[in-house]
Write a protein that binds this ligand. Structure first.
Ligand code: PMP
Length: 358
């Protein structure tokens, strides 16, 4: 049997295993930070109609620049943004890959502050960009003085700031982002995949875009927007940044059907984002409950909670799974992450954890 090692694969990919959370057939899935609420029958109907219309033209390539969708996304984001300042791709993972293809690459350096989203260093690796971990503090915050020092030392071409951060849930004050933007010699990417779940009053980095052409803010329809299956990520930045991304994107990367589905989802955004308040309340209740159990819990501005610390986190993960609830074994050693589900799903999670902790 042929194995990977028999193939003339790139040396830096040798010995690597593929990334991905286990996709298990379990009743309660709280492991990939999806929104637990499926689209309403009315929305499904509109999606089907849009797909039918798009299907009639599938002999032709899609709008290569996805202009209508980008205009809808700009209107959705507000902040006076226009289609020229917005870009979209198949999930924010592809957006991040395009950013690193344009601004990273061989001989270049990207930096993040870990624990953070593990795909940032993985995509850096795939694009042959050297990765440096700037590291967070014990409470998962970023110390601005120390961050500025590591940036001045390593002069990264791309800095990733995730706010709210995955897997910790921690949001960054705008002041820290502004300090890092001033210190960084290259692009600064603020990954706001979970921005809609932030506690009220937490400002978005979108407000820093005017006058900052090295700032990129990424978003996704996979989380609050409840459209993970659509695969639609987007960003806002200076139009010149989008000109750079046009150099690396594959022609016709966003299918006609993806563009159509995303536009219908945006038209129904009141319904889709209508679940955010309930998920926030469920999150805050989950944090309180875990703390009452005597566990350590990171403050969360996202739709998940990082909790611990367990001497054997794998045993706890497995015990919860045996009770029909799938959570995520991720983050620093000893910690586990649970995504916020429906009220019933969170009750099942609490019962499963009670069963183990006694
Ligand atoms: N950024 C962060 C911080 C994430 O947690 C995720 C999903 N886990 C993504 C980006 C990618 O999401 P998608 O590709 O579905 O837009």
């Amino acid at each position: 049997m042929t194995t990977l090692d028999d193939l003339p694969i790139r040396d830096d990919l040798r010995g690597k295993t593929a990334y991905g959370a286990p996709q298990l057939d379990v009743a309660v899935r709280l492991n990939t930070n999806e929104n637990p609420y499926p689209p309403s029958p009315a929305l499904v109907e509109d999606l089907a109609r849009a797909v039918r219309q798009g299907a009639a033209t599938l002999n032709r390539y899609p709008d290569r620049d996805a202009l209508d969708l980008r205009k809808d996304l700009a209107d959705h984001l507000g902040h006076g943004l226009t289609a020229r300042q917005v870009w979209a791709a198949n999930g924010s993972n592809e957006v991040i890959q395009q950013i690193l293809q344009a601004f990273g690459g061989p001989g270049r350096v990207a930096m993040g502050f870990e624990p953070s989203y593990s795909m940032h260093p993985i995509i850096a690796g795939v694009t042959a960009t050297r990765w440096i971990d700037g590291a967070r503090e014990e409470d998962f915050a970023i110390d601005e003085e120390r961050a500025v020092r590591v940036i001045e030392e390593h002069r990264p071409d791309v800095v990733f700031l995730t706010s709210p951060n995955n897997p910790t849930g921690t949001a960054l004050p705008l002041r820290v982002i502004e300090r890092i933007l001033a210190a960084a010699p290259g692009m600064v990417v603020v990954d706001e995949a979970y921005a809609e779940f932030a506690r009220t009053g937490t400002p978005s980095a979108l407000s820093l875009l005017p006058g900052n052409p090295r700032l990129i803010v990424t978003r996704t329809m996979s989380k609050a927007f409840a459209m993970a299956g659509t695969r639609l990520g987007y960003l806002a930045a200076d139009p010149a940044v989008i000109d750079a991304l046009l150099l690396v994107r594959l022609p016709y990367h966003l299918s006609t059907l993806t563009q159509a589905a995303a536009r219908v989802a945006l038209a129904h955004r009141t319904e889709l984002l209508g679940t955010v308040d309930a998920l926030r309340a469920e999150r805050d209740a989950t944090v309180d409950w875990l703390r009452q159990r005597g566990l350590s819990v990171a403050d969360s501005d996202a739709n998940f909670v990082l909790f611990g610390k367990f001497p054997d986190r794998h045993a706890v993960w497995e015990g919860v799974l045996e009770r029909g609830v799938l959570i995520r074994e991720t983050g620093p050693d000893g910690w586990l992450r649970v995504s916020i589900g429906t009220g019933d799903e969170m009750a099942a999670f609490r019962a499963a954890l009670e069963g183990i902790l006694g």
